[in-house]
Ligand binder design. Sequence first.
Ligand code: BT5
Length: 266
Amino acid sequence: MQGRGKVFYRACGIRPGVDRGTRLGAKLLMLDVLESTNQSIRELALDGEHEGTVVVAEEQRAGRGRLGRGWSSPRGGLWFSVLLRPPVALSEAPKLPLMAGVAVARALKKHVGLDARLKWPNDVLVQGKKLCGILMESRSDGRLEYVILGIGINANFLISALPEPLRRTAITVREVLRRPVDRLALMRAILNELDAGYSAFCANDTGAIVAQWKELSETLGRKVRVETATGIVEGVAGDIDDRGALVVRTPDGPVTVDSGDCVHLR
Ligand code: BT5
C-alpha cells in the first residue's frame, strides 16, 4: 500500500470476541496522505487481506466518487474504507451501500445528535446538503470475492476547503455543530452500526435494512429526476423495493431504477 506517513495499527478500542464491532475495524490502518482509501484497500484485498480491515486517510489526493467522478477530500475529513467478504451473490450487493447510509445516519444521530437523512442511492444529507458520500466497489466471479465500502464524511473542515461549486451543495459536521467532532469516536460509532447491519445482511435479514433506510429517507415522496444508463426517469419517488431499487411513479406507470443519479426536484 503506497501512501505518505506512518502506517499504524490500532485496536480501535474494540475487544475482539467481546464487544460488538468485533468483525469490522478490529484492524485499522491509518495514513496521512493516500490517493484513495478505496484504492489502497483494494490492493490489500487482492493480496488476501481479511474481512473487516479498515483503511483511513487524513487526506486523499484522488478521492473517488461513483461513475468516475472525484471526491474532494481535504484534511480534517473522515475518509475511510472497509473491506468485506460477504458470503452472498453479486445481486445482493446493492443493499450494502444502503446499509452503510443507515449506519452513518444512525451514528451521526447517536454520537453527535445530527439529524441526517438519506438520499437514494448513497448520499447522507444534513439540512438538505451532502455531508457524506458512499462508494461501493466489488469484484466477483458470480460469488462476491470482496466488497469495499468507502465512506467519506465532511467532518472537521470549513466549507471553504471545498472547491467553489460544492460549497452550495455540501455541508460539514463542523459547520453544523460549530465545533469539531472526535473523528475516531465517530468512526467507531459508524463501525458498530455497520457491524450490526452487516450481521443482518449476512443472515439474509435485508428487510430490516430496507425498512430502516425508508424511515431515514429524504427521497421517498419527493419529485425526482433520475439519470440512468438508459435515459432519464422523472416522477415521484414512490418506494424502495426489497433489492434496494428505487420505484418512481411516472405518468406512464411505475418504473424501477436499479442504479442512477437522483436529483430531488422542488
Ligand atoms: C459519492 O459519489 O458520493 C461517493 C463518495 C465516496 C468517498 C469515499 S472517501 C473514502 C473512500 N475513498 C474514496 O476514494 N472514495 C470513498 P457520487 O455520488 O458520485 O458523488 C460525487 C459528487 O459529489 C462529485 O461529482 C461532486 O459533485 C460531489 N462532491 C465531491 N466531493 C464532495 C464533498 N467532499 N462533499 C460533498 N460533495 C462532494
